[in-house]
Design a binder for this molecule. Structure first.
Ligand code: T4K
Length: 372
């Protein structure tokens, strides 16, 4: 087994933010200084939206202040406030928080144990039990595609709005199409921890709702004419400048993460670690490196050993959200597959520039947890 970390004494976090080329970023900031325009649909935001549309092959997405608020906006314009919305419990807490802030009633639907995405068969069962479910909120977890075909078919048949949380799915494709292009609406996060980011930020897409989203994103008024209830979900020029400077390096980041994945795969080969399954036809962004240990006990053992060496993996996504203590008891229905995965998962450190020596060290410590 190799020794201590080679690079430095700082902890090795689950990820490290990618930074843009400094000159590119400063040039964009110079433009902001010259124009004296800091927010409210400024030039950088408009340029970012255009560039994102070109990158994704979609309509220009609407840039937002973050992914959580983008989700709240999407729920609102889709008319889902206060209604029943089916969602996966295996996700980051923000998916649920957005839903609760909009006064929706969450209906947890368990995941497929192989893909860890919402299970379409269980979704259909949920509609049988509760035909008044008005919306479905699946998550492309780790940037891996949900079964969009089956979920789409169920939503159309049941007359429910399909809203994808694609917070982790930037630069992930299914059959050559961006994952953000599926569903009636979808959102993405551009948080600093994402492979493409604008420090804080996010976006929402949904052709049918474009005008409603545009208005609701900026207080619901244009000049003195008030059209609708709105909120402040706008992205600032500073965040848009960061996004513009970051976008060109995105595909390279994906490639580097792919290489880091390959290195992990080789070094962990032979260990009984489960990986979430990809759908056929997916070109994955390799946003995270999740592994499921054979038991919760082994996961905790590996986690302890890694932390002791200054390595900070994360239990993304633990706990399964249907078990959260602050939920009304009636909402906490069991989701055995999600609870099982949440109890065994660990996301190992990953970012594009991660030194191979660090990947080796993490892998050695994980391997050690199996042998001791
Ligand atoms: N839906 C889903 C499915 C999501 O995954 C998320 C967000 C959302 C909705 C909501 O989107 P946003 O409203 O956030 O746009 C992180 C992120 O804050 C969050 O955006 C993300 N998902 C979630 C999965 O992870 P934490 O609390 O784990 O991050 P934190 O601060 O512990 O950072 C992790 C590591 O990243 C640090 O140890 C070091 C590194 N780091 C972090 C920051 C903030 C950097 O290198 N630079 C940085 O600036 O939540």
């Amino acid at each position: 087994m190799s020794g201590t970390r080679i690079t430095d004494n700082t902890p090795m976090a689950v990820t490290r933010s990618r930074l843009p080329d400094r000159d590119d970023f400063y040039r964009l900031l110079d433009g902001i200084f010259e124009r004296g325009w800091l927010t409210n649909n400024g030039l950088c935001v408009r340029n970012l939206e255009r560039e994102l549309g070109l990158f994704l092959g979609t309509e220009p997405p609407l840039a937002c202040v973050n992914g959580t608020v983008a989700l709240m906006l999407a729920l609102h314009v889709a008319g889902l406030d206060g209604k029943k919305v089916a969602l996966t419990p295996y996700t980051y807490v923000a998916t649920l928080s957005a839903l609760l802030w909009q006064g929706c009633r969450p209906v947890f639907v368990d995941v497929n144990p192989a893909t860890l995405c919402l299970d379409p068969a269980k979704l259909d069962e949920a509609f049988e039990r509760e035909p008044d479910i008005a919306g479905v909120l699946p998550v492309h977890i780790y940037g891996m595609a949900c079964d969009v075909e089956k979920i789409g078919e169920i939503c159309s048949r049941r007359g429910a709005v399909c809203l994808y949380d694609g917070a982790q799915a930037f630069a992930s494709w299914l059959h050559g199409r961006s994952l953000l292009d599926y569903g009636d609406l979808s959102i993405c996060s551009f948080h600093a921890t994402k492979l493409f980011h604008s420090a804080e930020g996010g976006c929402v897409l949904g052709a049918k709702y474009h005008e409603a989203l545009t208005r609701a994103r900026a207080f619901g008024h244009v000049g003195d004419t008030h059209y609708t209830l709105g909120i402040n979900a706008k992205m600032s020029e500073l965040n848009a400048a960061m996004g513009l400077a970051m976008l060109p390096g995105t595909q390279r980041e994906v490639e580097m993460r792919k290489n880091a994945h390959a290195a992990y795969d080789a070094l962990l080969d032979g260990l009984p670690l489960q990986r979430p399954e990809l759908l056929t036809g997916q070109d994955w962004n390799h946003a995270y490196y999740p592994v499921l240990f054979p038991s919760g006990k082994l996961r905790e053992k590996a986690l302890g050993a890694l932390l002791a060496r200054g390595i900070q993996p994360r239990r993304y996504f633990y706990p399964s959200l249907n078990t959260l203590p602050y939920l009304e008891a009636g909402l906490r229905r069991p989701c055995p597959a999600a609870e099982d995965a949440a109890g065994r998962v660990l996301c190992l450190p990953l970012y594009g520039e991660m030194p191979e020596a660090d990947i080796r060290l993490v892998s050695d410590v994980v391997r050690g947890a199996f042998s001791a």
